[in-house]
Write a protein that binds this ligand. Structure first.
Ligand SMILES: Cc1cc2nc3c(=O)[nH]c(=O)nc-3n(C[C@H](O)[C@H](O)[C@H](O)COP(=O)(O)OP(=O)(O)OC[C@H]3O[C@@H](n4cnc5c(N)ncnc54)[C@H](O)[C@@H]3O)c2cc1C
Length: 442
């Protein structure tokens, strides 16, 4: 050992105390909208819940990614398909004056869609309130370190935190990390892209304003977007904007980043390229788009919004065919009506399959149950679904509904004791509890 190394050794030993060990009925990894709803639902169902999140706030894409609009609550003819905790989120946002009215609008593809625009910063507060009220124990600034497994059971999950390593020994684990990092570390198996498919691109959202929305809405946005794309000012031929409620600003969704967000180096490059694209788009808005001449870029998302990374292989792989010709699943735990909406990684037009007037589909519980693991559930954008099916069910409304279902299921499973297992949950009981809590299952 060199003298320098020898003098470092004692200091390193002092910095590495024994890990703190915590017990929990349910550990939820990742506090995006899916994970937060899972944690709240599990706690309300009586479980002791720990919610592990790498940031200092909750929400994932919905806050850090600044997505700013909850899409698709209903079928084209207005039949409600998502409610439950997702609706409670909106109700609470409204109390803070941070969500607009439910409305329909025309997307850049020309299709009609319904949405609720919201303020991402205030959503952080609402999610704080919901976990606090439910008695969830948040473990923030905690990055997943490793997962220990014995046979088909996850026995321990460790996270790196400001105060060192924290080990959690949960009865049930819900992986809602979007990238399914916990399942990856647990050795779960994942679905591959098929020939001709690519991961959906990421997007750096940005806030721009003030905007004269009346002038903007009167303009030919489609033609302007195509012009911006052809001139190289926009990375995609779209000028999607969600208005920040009760303000003159909008959150723009116009950048395009072909990236595998589980590759750390590539993700770093995408953050930088995303800010560059956003800046170019903001200049285009200011100089070429009616209503935007006084605007300035006000903020970036804390991170690029990530649409797709890993999808776990579950007891059932939900397919596009099962959404397009809807299958009535006996074990349906959530419903949705958002169309298959694939953003090409290389830029250009969306692949968008509009659904019929009263068209809704269901999501089966088995798509939340990773194959080969007993005490684990998946929630959110990494559940067991094909690339095309995920392109529909990834939206936040459906992610929240799936999160709620995963949370109730995890609590019911944890109540079985030390041998808790996702597959041992009575689907009838689970569905009844979800209906009681105001969720829509069809
Ligand atoms: C640019 C963009 C635009 C979109 N537009 C819309 C829209 O208009 N309307 C709509 O409804 N939906 C939209 N979506 C889809 C929607 O936002 C996401 O699919 C949804 O938010 C996914 O939620 P989630 O909770 O599954 O995952 P995420 O939001 O990805 O949350 C995962 C959480 O896990 C945490 N995490 C990850 N890894 C670790 C780790 N190793 N350790 C600790 N914590 C970890 C993250 O920090 C995050 O909080 C859009 C998505 C993007 C990216």
């Amino acid at each position: 050992m060199t003298t320098a190394a020898a003098s470092l050794a004692p200091a390193m030993a002092q910095d590495a105390p024994a890990p703190q060990v915590l017990g929990a009925d349910v550990l939820v990894c990742g506090a995006g909208v899916a994970g937060t709803m899972a944690a709240v639902a599990a706690a309300r169902a009586g479980a002791r819940v720990l919610l592990l999140e790498r940031y200092g706030f909750l929400g994932g894409n919905a806050t850090a990614g600044a997505v700013a609009q909850f899409n698709s609550w209903q079928t084209a003819n207005g039949r409600r398909v998502v409610a439950g905790l997702a609706q409670e989120v909106v109700d609470r946002l409204r109390i803070y004056g941070a969500a607009a009215a439910h409305e329909t609008f025309v997307m850049s593809t020309g299709h009609r869609m319904d949405r609720v625009e919201y303020a991402p910063e205030v959503l952080k507060l609402v999610l704080d309130d919901m976990v606090s009220d439910a008695g969830v124990q948040p473990l923030l600034h905690a990055s997943l370190l490793d997962v220990q497994r014995e046979g088909a059971r996850v026995t321990q999950v460790r996270a790196l935190t400001k105060s060192g390593i924290v080990a959690v020994r949960p009865r049930m684990l819900v992986d809602a990390s979007g990238d399914m990092d916990a399942l990856r570390k647990a050795g779960a198996s994942f679905l591959s892209l098929e020939a001709g498919e690519a991961l959906q691109p990421a997007t750096m959202m940005f806030r721009f304003g003030p905007i004269d929305f009346a002038a903007l809405e009167a303009a030919d946005i489609g033609a302007l977007a195509r012009r911006g794309y052809e001139e190289g000012a926009l990375a995609r031929a779209a000028l999607h904007v969600a208005r920040a409620p009760f303000s003159q600003d909008g959150w723009f969704n116009v950048s395009r980043l072909a990236v595998d967000a589980t590759d750390a180096m590539a993700l770093g490059r995408a953050e930088i390229e995303g800010r560059r694209q956003a800046w170019c788009a903001a200049k285009f808005l200011r100089h070429a788009v009616p209503g935007c001449a006084q605007g300035r870029l006000q903020a970036f998302g804390t991170q690029v919004g990530v649409r797709e990374t890993r999808r776990v292989r579950g007891e059932h792989v939900l397919t596009a065919e099962e959404l397009l010709a809807p299958v009535a699943f006996d074990d349906a735990i959530a419903a949705g009506a958002y169309p298959i909406d694939i953003h090409p990684a290389a830029g250009g037009e969306l692949e968008y399959s509009a659904l019929g007037d009263d068209h809704a589909y269901q999501i089966p519980y088995r798509s939340l149950c990773p194959a080969g693991l007993d005490n684990v559930l998946a929630a959110g954008r990494g559940i067991s679904a094909s690339h095309k099916a995920l392109a529909a069910i990834r939206v936040m409304t459906i992610s929240m509904a799936v999160g709620q279902a995963a949370g109730v299921a995890a609590a019911q499973a944890a109540a079985q004791g030390e041998r808790a297992a996702a597959r041992a949950v009575s689907v009838q009981r689970l569905r009844a509890a979800l209906l009681d809590a105001g969720a829509c299952l069809a």
